[in-house]
Design a protein around this ligand. Structure first.
Ligand code: MLT
Length: 412
């Protein structure tokens, strides 16, 4: 008899984005004449073509594979040395941050990494997440057995939810004294879904908190390229973070790689976790071992494409791509503000977070926007209890569509 992982049975509803897609499909079937008018600002999926330097590098890599002299078979599970070096230099050392080449681990994207990393910690860690939160962190922890059952009002037993509300500017504060300290803390800045950026003082408080409690911060910086503020772009800007933080990065939103698939994790050699007997153990060798056992790494051509984003030409193209979506975000943010809607984010992030203007619940408002404006957004409730009453608009779309969204919202 084969047994299942019963933790999967705890998963409450379908994953947020498939549920959105399901509702859009239902509407499209009911109104096929309106389906072509639907504009999708729900899932944050890029729309613009890849940077030319990445395309050229992937072509060239494919040609190398077509010739016996330059053919490549299995690559290193953790990534090619030259790619790890380009990343460590381009994203960290060039900004004065101490990250060694072999502390960078290539992957097919940070969505997988932020769940896979749990494997080297094992089940039983108490996990803290912000509320609202990117749902993949929570679901991965449920599947892994780090939570109890789904709770009636939303969320899961055993997770420490850090409320992010208008009162704290949708930025998580460290738990108050007396709250049992979590072992693992997920933080995301620029934030998905609220688009807010964690200031240096809060990030410093989190690093100090993690070090005091021997906890680990999982810092998701997938949207780092949108952060043009003085707030930290990397957790390693904060003194002490190399002792307690793992950082996830992605080329999805900087290089338009959502379909190509490439990201990376930074795991400094100085990050420790503990045996049940209290012995410190470095995570770096465990993560290296995990990759070498579980994977043969990211495909060669894709790694070459990612590496090309660090050339001077690639950097210019990434900047232009991010500028394009930032301008979309500005148009959306200002459009919503003109309508008198309360908004956050959209300034150093590709997401605009809005308060539902008519006081209805966020799925009801989602349905109204879909049916009346043919615009797909993401209901805040899908990100957690504190997301109820809000919705997210993604700036990943064509300029024409973004302008049309603003026009339709105005005509609601
Ligand atoms: C989102 O819409 O939140 C993201 O696109 C999801 C993801 O990156 O997996």
């Amino acid at each position: 008899m084969a047994f299942i992982n019963e933790h999967y049975l705890k998963l409450a509803a379908g994953y947020l984005f498939p549920e959105i897609a399901r509702r859009v499909t239902v509407f499209s079937k009911e109104h096929p004449e309106l389906a072509p008018e639907i504009i999708r600002c729900g899932i944050g999926d890029v729309t613009e073509p890849l940077p030319t330097s990445a395309v050229r590098a992937m072509h060239a890599a494919t040609e190398e594979l077509a010739t016996r002299a330059t053919f490549k078979g299995y690559g290193p599970g953790t990534g090619y040395d030259s790619v790890r070096a380009a990343i460590a230099q381009g994203d960290f050392r060039s900004r004065g941050l101490d990250v060694a080449d072999d502390e960078v681990f290539l992957s097919d994207g940070s969505k997988g990494d932020c769940g896979n990393i749990l494997e080297i910690l094992g089940a039983g860690n108490r996990v803290a997440v912000t509320d609202p939160v990117y749902p993949a962190y929570v679901d991965a922890n449920v599947m892994f057995g780090n939570t109890g059952a789904a709770l009636a009002g939303g969320g899961y037993d055993g997770i420490l939810y850090l409320p992010c509300t208008e009162a704290n500017g949708f930025l998580a504060d460290v738990p108050s004294a007396g709250t049992p300290a979590p072992d693992v803390i997920y933080l995301c800045s620029p934030n998905n879904p609220t688009g807010t950026v964690m200031d240096r003082a809060r990030a410093t408080a989190w690093v100090e908190y993690a070090r005091k409690h021997r906890a680990i911060i999982f810092w998701d910086a997938a949207y780092e390229s949108y952060n043009r503020s003085d707030a930290p772009k990397s957790v390693y800007e904060i003194p002490g973070a190399r002792e307690c933080a793992v950082e996830f990065r992605s080329f999805s939103k900087s290089g338009g790689f959502t379909g190509v698939r490439c990201g990376y994790t930074v795991l400094p050699k100085s990050v420790m976790a503990y045996t049940r007997a209290g012995e410190p153990v470095a995570l770096h060798p465990l993560w290296t071992r995990r990759w070498n056992t579980r994977s043969n790494g990211v495909s060669y051509a894709v790694q070459r494409g990612a590496e090309a984003l660090y050339t001077p030409e690639g950097q210019k193209e990434v900047r232009a791509l991010v500028d394009f979506y930032m301008e979309n975000a500005r148009i959306l943010r200002e459009g919503c503000t003109r309508l008198g809607w309360k908004t956050w984010g959209g300034e150093h992030a590709p997401y605009v977070w809005c308060k539902v203007p008519d006081g209805s619940d966020s799925w009801a408002f989602f349905d109204r926007l879909l049916r009346k404006a043919r615009v797909v957004t993401t209901p805040g409730a899908g990100f957690g209890r504190c997301g109820e009453g809000y919705f997210r608009i993604s700036a990943f779309n064509s300029r024409a569509n973004v302008e049309e969204v603003v026009r339709r919202l105005g005509a609601l």
